[in-house]
Design a protein around this ligand. Structure first.
Ligand code: ADP
Ligand code: ZN
Length: 740
């Protein structure tokens, strides 16, 4: 019987129509097709193929099969449908994530070049004649001969020789061919092959678990959480795990938080597999459309078997996947902030499941979600507790800035005496320094400098945010409000106030204190230029820079043996954002940043400046104690029913008309409240901490549930039944990571 295809039409309206498949046209799920839509021609992606649905009217025919092979593998199709449902995102948007723009539009075809090749050389006599009558043709033949018979038209002289080449073609001496050229994004770089290292005993065990993973009764490997302290040699384990997959004839997928922020990790992969350089594809946001098109098709054709990329690389069209690695799995950048708002790490685990591949989540500071999964037995926990080169962990010192603030009376306390003295010493010794400033968060809380007290919500145990326009403190989880205190509720001091300084200010101060030192600032403002970060880090490596001052951009995966001092200027800033994950993030950042110190022969030292020296984030990271931290943090999460013990989602409205945003959300709130499933908890609507962005007012409410399914299905039902007014946009963020 004739089959029909359900086609998702390209375009913003997410239309889905059925078409009959003409006899002999091999249309399959995931194929791209041309179809008639009303009275014009359109394109779309085939979602399903099956017997035609019962209808009263005749289905129209698919007019053309664009790609004979399905562009989307069945596993990726399954993944896409799962994402659309779980994150309540239109399937069309998921398809856009699965297929890059340049691949979907047919405009970026392969780049080719013209090649001239000798077919038959004239004999000596004819050649002599040619030299006299047509010297240009003679030169071309001679040039070709000395280049093993083949050259590109461009190298021969391009337009200036075209006529001569054409004559030679006519005479049958040469042929002109087209050859596909790959647009190689890393053309300008060379990678020296690096040999595998001999693994230490801990690494041997870890690799063994990856190579022979525990499996469930269906033969599907259990996900592995590789918890390895900074410098424990996780990367070497990944590299050898990938090698093993390749040896089995399988492919490998490596996710990193952000390509441009992890140049060293990418370089290590490129070097190790330098001999296979054509088989390594690196996907990142700086690729041109053409480069992306080429890389994507190289992967799909199986020419590239190792793919390294950020979040969206999880959709790389690899087949026969053997291993998926998620490096620094705790990083927020794995969560997509526009629809579909998927989490790259979670999708990696799911894709590995569908592909029956092993998935390795690696981190020195795993997310509590992943760690809890090892506690419940869903994931396998594998540890590396020692540094690979048997270096000791750096010495951590915590400096109480409440005392420092009193000493430096009235002035902004940026640099403590202790840190300044230590910097002096390191500079004298010719060693290098990293200064870290946690500038995360725009929402500001009130803190008392003399005692460190921070105003918190009684119901949520997160800092209250100060709203200047209303002169109010507000809780961004539950909506609780209070007047800002005139005196500190804890010690009675009147100095309670908003505090903060940025990287620029720090650079100014350091420049004054150490006028001789060569320094560089690394933050979003100074690193806009392509490759700016790579260049600065190379300079630092070559010791052309003594001090780097940076934000979270420098917290990740950097390895500089000559760095012996890391200073954390304001460890608390991250604790003051209205988010139950604030403590977790601060712990992660402090531990990661500290891990940059003492990675060579020299011992490392870390100085943490803080107003809250006794906070668990500071204390546990000081003792390199992930387990201790996780234990107490999980207790807190359990008590307030936060993730990983429940799913948290954010439902928001955005509009240029404040009242419309507010009213639409209140209306949705009312409807959500009716028939609320018992597992779901519904928060009150309130203005977002970032109350206005890009000229739009923002309101949101939070939902919590022990059942993800109950939550997203309820939301989907209400959203489908309640279309918003034209000037209001609705945002739904399942498993939200940010609450701004
Ligand atoms: P991580 O990724 O866990 O932070 P790295 O992979 O960066 O750790 O390893 C830290 C350092 O130890 C690197 O310089 C790496 O080359 C080195 N290293 C890793 N494994 C070994 C090993 N088995 N023998 C010697 N050196 C190693
Ligand atoms: Zn609250």
């Amino acid at each position: 019987m004739q089959q029909s295809a359900r086609v998702l039409i390209d375009g913003p309206s997410e239309l889905v129509f059925d078409y009959m498949i003409p006899d002999g046209m091999a249309v399959a799920t995931g194929c791209r097709v041309r179809i008639p839509l009303r009275n014009r021609d359109s394109t779309g992606t085939v979602l399903e193929v099956g017997p035609p649905p019962q209808t009263n009217y005749n289905l129209r025919l698919v007019s053309k099969l664009i790609d004979p092979d399905p562009l989307i593998t069945p596993q990726l199709m399954k993944l896409g449908k799962w994402i659309a449902e779980y994150y309540v995102a239109p399937l069309e948007q998921v398809m856009r994530a699965l297929l890059p723009e340049s691949v979907r539009q047919e405009m970026h075809s392969e780049k080719t070049r013209k090649i001239v090749e000798i077919k038959e050389m004239p004999d000596a006599e004819a050649l002599e004649k040619l030299a006299k009558r047509a010297p240009k043709q003679h030169i071309i033949l001679k040039l070709l001969e000395s280049n093993s018979g083949m050259m590109s038209l461009k190298d021969l002289g391009g337009g200036s020789v075209t006529a001569a080449v054409k004559s030679l073609v006519k005479k049958g001496h040469v042929v002109l061919k087209e050859e596909a050229v790959r647009r190689d994004p890393d053309e300008d770089q060379e990678f020296l092959e690096s040999a595998p290292l001999k693994l230490n005993p801990e690494q041997v065990v870890a690799l063994e678990k990856i190579v022979n993973p525990a499996t469930n009764d269906k033969g599907i490997p259990k996900p592995i959480l590789l918890l390895g302290v900074t410098g424990s040699g996780k990367t070497e384990v990944y590299l050898q795990g990938v090698q093993h997959a390749l040896d089995q004839g399988k492919s490998a997928l490596i996710l990193v938080p952000e390509i441009s922020l992890t140049p060293q990790t990418v370089q290590r992969f490129k070097s190790r597999f330098a001999a296979l350089h054509d088989q390594v594809a690196v996907l990142h946001s700086h690729l041109s459309q053409g480069e992306r098109f080429d890389e994507w098709h190289r992967i799909r054709k199986g020419e590239a078997r190792i793919v390294i990329g950020a979040r969206s690389a999880i959709f790389a069209p690899l087949t026969n996947v053997g291993i998926i690695i998620v490096d620094e799995e705790h990083e927020n950048t794995y969560k997509q902030e526009t629809s579909p708002r998927y989490h790259g790490r979670d999708i990696a685990v799911l894709r590995a499941h569908f592909e029956k591949a092993v998935v390795v989540l690696g981190s020195a500071t795993p997310s509590l979600e992943s760690f809890q999964n090892t506690q419940s037995g869903k994931y396998e926990l594998v540890r590396l507790d020692q540094r690979a080169d048997s270096q000791s962990m750096p010495i951590m010192r915590v400096l109480d800035m409440r005392i420092e603030a009193q000493k430096q009376k009235g002035r902004l306390a940026i640099l403590s005496d202790k840190l300044r003295l230590s910097m002096e010493k390191k500079l004298e010794n010719g060693e290098q320094i990293i200064l870290f400033l946690n500038r995360r968060g725009f929402a500001r809380s009130l803190q008392c400098p003399p005692c460190g007290y921070v105003c918190e919500c009684q119901h949520c145990s997160i800092p209250l945010t100060y709203h200047r326009t209303e002169d109010r403190l507000m809780c961004h989880m539950c909506g609780y409000q209070s007047l800002p205190p005139k005196k500190c509720p804890s010690c009675g001091d009147e100095a309670i106030r908003l505090q903060g300084f940025g990287t620029q200010k720090v650079e100014e101060v350091i420049q004054k204190v150490f006028p001789q030192a060569r320094m560089a600032r690394i933050d979003a403002d100074t690193m806009r230029r392509k490759n700016a970060l790579r260049d600065t880090l190379n300079k630092f490596k070559a010791h052309k820079i003594d001090i780097i001052i940076g934000t979270q951009m420098i917290a990740k995966g950097l390895h500089f043996p000559n760095v012996t001092l890391v200073g954390v200027l304001n460890a608390d800033l991250g604790l003051q954002v209205p988010d139950f994950r604030a403590g977790e993030r601060t712990f992660q950042l402090l531990t990661q940043v500290a891990g940059r110190a003492g990675r060579g022969e020299l011992e490392g030292e870390v100085i943490i400046q803080t107003f809250t020296p006794h906070s668990p984030s500071v204390q546990f990271s000081r003792h390199h104690d992930f387990d201790g931290y996780a234990e107490q943090e999980l207790q807190f999460r359990n008590k307030f029913l936060y993730p990983p013990f429940a799913h948290c989602a954010l439902l928001g409205t955005r509009s240029t008309h404040e009242r419309r945003a507010e009213f639409t959300l209140e209306n949705l709130h009312k409807r959500l409240k009716k028939d609320l499933p018992p597992q779901v908890e519904l928060g009150e609507p309130m203005p977002s901490p970032l109350t206005r962005a890009h000229g739009q007012f923002r309101y949101h409410l939070m939902l919590k549930s022990t059942s993800a399914r109950a939550l997203h299905q309820h939301v989907k039902r209400i959203l489908t039944a309640t279309p918003p007014p034209d000037d209001v946009t609705i945002v739904f963020d399942m498993d939200a990571l940010g609450f701004s």
